[in-house]
Design a protein. Structure first.
Ligand code: KIV
Length: 263
């Protein structure tokens, strides 16, 4: 995909949408060579790339640095950048500065967590010509308020609120909505109630598409194994074994060989 509007086309055609997170240029090059539809520079960069326990330490500088690196590695793939913790909650000028920096860094759209208090801001960003992706369910920037990483919308009231929030985000102009950690039946009914695509993570099979963190799907984070995750590679073992191979050959004196040396 090249543009946010391509997601609407995919949904209309009934084509499932694949999204993965990406934080750096070399992974972006691999993803450019793949068939993945879109890249998300998530604020999960704070956890995956910087070793923090939550996404809260991600700030605008961090997000712009990663967005620019991904854009250099993937000049033509649809790229969505996360608005980091509170970046859209101070004032409209601050919000627009943040959006401007993310777009100048290479983002074609921004993602904003939650609906309450964000609708006018989202409308303003969209009316300024920048596409916005919503994010409901588990919104990790509100982790402390939500009481931890847990499935959202499990009781009737919470489910009705999430369904209503999705409609309000659509009405505010969002081009797509991430649904994170919500029961599949709720994700299905929300998806059916909307005309824009939903992209699920831990939201079952009935959304318009799926997103995973690249390092999770590659099995590079063996300590993180939530129920919703499928790993498609034993990346951690493969990389460790390759590095151990290098270590062994250095210590055996078999690397570098004559062919690998200059005369
Ligand atoms: O930051 C992130 O990686 C995300 C995805 C999990 C949707 O928001």
């Amino acid at each position: 995909m090249r543009h946010p509007s391509d997601m609407a086309e995919a949904r209309a055609a009934g084509r499932p949408i694949s999204v993965v997170t990406c934080y750096d240029a070399w992974s972006a090059k691999i993803l450019t060579a793949s068939r993945i539809d879109a890249l998300l520079v998530g604020d999960s960069a704070a956890m995956v790339m910087h070793g923090h326990d939550t996404t809260i330490p991600a700030d605008l500088d961090m997000m712009c640095l990663h967005t620019a690196a991904v854009r250099r590695g993937a000049p033509e793939r649809l790229l969505i950048a996360d608005m980091p913790f509170l970046a859209h909650r101070r004032s409209l000028p601050d919000t627009m500065d943040a959006v401007e920096r993310l777009v100048r860094a290479g983002g074609q759209a921004v993602k904003i967590e939650g609906a309450d208090g964000n609708l006018d801001t989202i409308r303003h960003i969209v009316e300024s010509g920048i596409d916005v992706m919503g994010h409901l369910g588990l919104t990790p920037q509100s982790l402390h308020h939500l009481g931890g990483y847990r499935v959202q919308g499990r009781n009737g009231r919470a489910a009705a609120k999430l369904a209503d929030d999705a409609l309000r985000l659509q009405d505010a102009g969002c081009f797509a909505i991430v649904l994170e950690l919500v029961p599949s039946e709720l994700a299905r009914s929300v998806t059916e109630s909307l005309s824009i695509p939903t992209i699920g993570i831990g939201a079952g099979p009935h959304t318009s598409g799926q997103v995973l963190v690249l390092q999770d799907l590659l099995g590079l984070q063996p300590d993180f194994q939530p129920k919703f995750l499928r790993t498609f590679l034993d990346g951690f073992e493969l990389l460790r074994d390759a590095v151990d191979c290098f270590d062994r050959e250095v210590k055996e004196g078999t690397f570098p060989s004559d062919e690998e040396s200059y005369r």
